[in-house]
Design a protein around this ligand. Structure first.
Ligand SMILES: Cc1ncc(C[n+]2csc(CCOP(=O)(O)OP(=O)(O)O)c2C)c(N)n1
Ligand SMILES: [Mg+2]
Length: 574
């Protein structure tokens, strides 16, 4: 008879899982042994379980199937938590298989014992302990289905003496329900939305990743309404390329054209977006929101007319009800603002460009040792990366540079910790993406703070032959926090990072390491890194003083900046 562990692993393989991520040990040994025997699944040993959870979450987001990670009893499972929270908040179906002390010891405060029920209660949509082989296949099916249908994390806890037990004769291999039918809109809601849109003057669209599969419909509605379109960071995939209505992002990493589009409209049409930053929404507009999840309606900004429904189905049904709007003045205005902004940005990507001071936020960028502008690096990667590259990006300034300079053209994909906002996600997510297809280009935009947080898992790229390209924006600083502090008028205390030569670290680990200090060497180095067959770490010393100007810089931010700079100057001259 097969064991509990063997049946569980067979179910994962049948479902299409190709890797399981984690650190081996104790209660999980029967599972790793079953994986060892299963040709279709590769065991991906990581150095820190958090990296395994991020990798599994990345795989789930790219494939729509379960991503799977494992943590041993107690601390091994605790280490998974941050990556699992990221999966939860990214709506990624992830199964975590966690060890537990043997059944007879449960509740006795045994060595390493933690209460997984409590530990995972906030992060998991489903948690259960397998306490007898008779619970299969049902319990495993419930765990998988809860994750897939609830788009979240399921945790199966396996006590040390259970994985190796044989299942009763005739136990079927668990199977998972993968169908996710799209929700059609209600007729009445559609008519009401169409009526207010037809009655309104200028319309601006705010489009997010919920409309990723509705590209044709989104473009057709924008054309009918002559509407400028603000695309969220997560909506870049599939929506920004070759889109004559697009005016970039809003939010801190956004640009001025988004503010023009927001301010100038009479009606805001939100599609498939849960864009969270309330302060960037325009006041006093009629708001129509289309979202497949009813619970998302109105939670970021007051909504006048809601349509609950899948973006593609809803826009396809809405289009015939919409009248052509003849006035394209707002679209033209927002697009010219966008073009002018992009042209200014493009100048920053020239290695010889010197920015001149203008206004309070546009102080002359101090670049005494000619450090590389992050904009220049991001633009070079955009130029040379493949049309089907998978990008991952750390939380921090790297996200701004990616948002502004990397176009999600062709079949490019983008992963980040966009809802949890954790650091250290980009490298392990890249490992997950790369393991799915070692022939596809996978490029991680890493902060030096982010990369060093899970640095040990550079070893995983080498050990498992994952040719990831890690681009490190090495500004010697927790840059985003530094900017935050300075805008608030605080000295940037605690933000400096003392880094080693990360390219030499990479070399010692067995990767190719390339260090760049000269702006003129960036382009060649990026090309060389991307052309390498194996894993590469490109360590680029970027200018820590580079700032990103938000769509509408406020006077307070400007004053804060000036005050912070004075404080820093006084402190440094002690
Ligand atoms: C796990 C975690 N710890 C702390 C933070 C707060 N935080 C957000 S961005 C950031 C700095 C990131 O620094 P780095 O990775 O070097 O990127 P940079 O902004 O310098 O480009 C910090 C500390 C966080 N988001 N996640
Ligand atoms: Mg940094």
């Amino acid at each position: 008879m097969p064991t509990v562990a063997e049946v569980l692993v067979a179910a994962l393989a049948e479902h299409g899982v190709t890797q399981v991520w984690g650190v081996v040990g104790d209660a999980l040994n029967p599972v790793t042994d079953a994986i060892h025997q299963e040709q279709r699944i590769e065991w991906m040993g990581v150095r820190h379980e958090e990296a395994g959870a991020f990798a599994a979450g990345a795989q789930a987001q790219l494939t729509g199937r379960l991503g799977v990670c494992m943590g041993t009893v107690g601390p091994g499972s605790i280490h998974l938590l941050n990556g699992l929270y990221d999966a939860k908040k990214s709506h990624a179906p992830v199964l975590a298989i966690c060890g537990q002390v043997p059944r007879a010891e449960i509740g006795s405060d045994f060595f390493q014992e933690v209460d997984n029920e409590v530990l995972f209660s906030d992060v998991a949509v489903f948690h259960a302990t397998v306490s007898s082989p008779e619970q299969l296949p049902d319990l495993v099916e419930q765990a998988g289905n809860a994750a897939l249908q609830g788009r979240g994390v399921s945790v199966l806890t396996l006590p040390g003496d259970v994985g190796g037990l044989e299942v009763p004769k005739g136990t079927a291999v668990p199977r998972f329900v993968t169908d996710q039918p799209a929700v059609p809109p209600e007729e009445g809601a559609l008519w009401r939305a169409a009526a207010v849109i037809n009655a309104a003057g200028a319309v601006t669209m705010l489009v997010g990743c919920g409309a990723r599969d509705a590209r044709a419909e989104v473009l057709a509605v924008a054309e009918r309404l002559g509407a400028p379109m603000i695309v969220t960071l997560k909506g870049k995939e599939g929506l920004e390329d070759d889109n004559p209505y697009e005016v970039g992002q809003s939010g801190l990493l956004g640009n001025h054209a988004s503010a023009v589009a927001f301010d100038g409209c009479d009606l805001l049409l939100m599609v498939g977006t849960d864009f969270p930053y309330k302060e960037f929404y325009p006041d006093g507009k009629v708001v129509v929101q289309v979202d497949a999840v009813g619970g998302h309606i109105g939670r970021r900004h007051p909504v006048d007319h809601a349509v609950v429904g899948d973006s593609r189905l809803t826009l396809a049904a809405l289009l015939p009800l919409l009248e052509q709007k003849p006035d394209r003045a707002l679209l033209d205005k927002a697009r010219s603002a966008y073009d002018a902004w992009r042209e200014r940005q493009r100048r920053l990507t020239d290695p010889g460009y010197e920015r001149r001071p203008r206004g309070i936020l546009r102080r002359k960028v101090e670049n005494p040792d000619d450090r590389v502008r992050p904009e220049l690096l991001a633009a070079a990667v955009d130029r040379h990366a493949a049309g089907d590259a998978v990008f991952t990006v750390d939380t921090g300034m790297a996200a701004t540079w990616l948002a502004r300079f990397v176009r999600m053209r062709d079949r490019r994909r983008l992963l980040g910790s966009f809802n949890l906002g954790s650091m250290a996600n980009a490298m392990p997510q890249a490992l997950g993406a790369q393991a799915l297809d070692r022939g596809r280009q996978v490029v991680a935009f890493c902060g030096d703070g982010g990369l060093s947080m899970l640095l040990g898992d550079l070893l995983t790229a080498v050990a498992h032959d994952l040719p990831v390209k890690l681009v490190v924006f090495d500004n010697g600083s927790l840059g985003m926090v530094r900017l935050e502090m300075e805008q608030a008028g605080l000295a940037a205390y605690g933000t400096r990072l003392v880094n080693p030569d990360l390219a030499r670290v990479a070399e010692a680990i067995g990767m190719t390491g390339i260090r760049v200090e000269d702006p003129h060497a960036v382009d060649g180095a990026v090309l060389a890194a991307l052309e390498q067959d194996g894993p590469v770490l490109l360590d680029v010393l970027t200018n820590p003083d580079e700032i990103a100007v938000p769509p509408k810089p406020t006077l307070e931010q400007g004053w804060g900046f000036a005050i912070a700079k004075t404080k820093e100057f006084l402190e440094s001259s002690d």
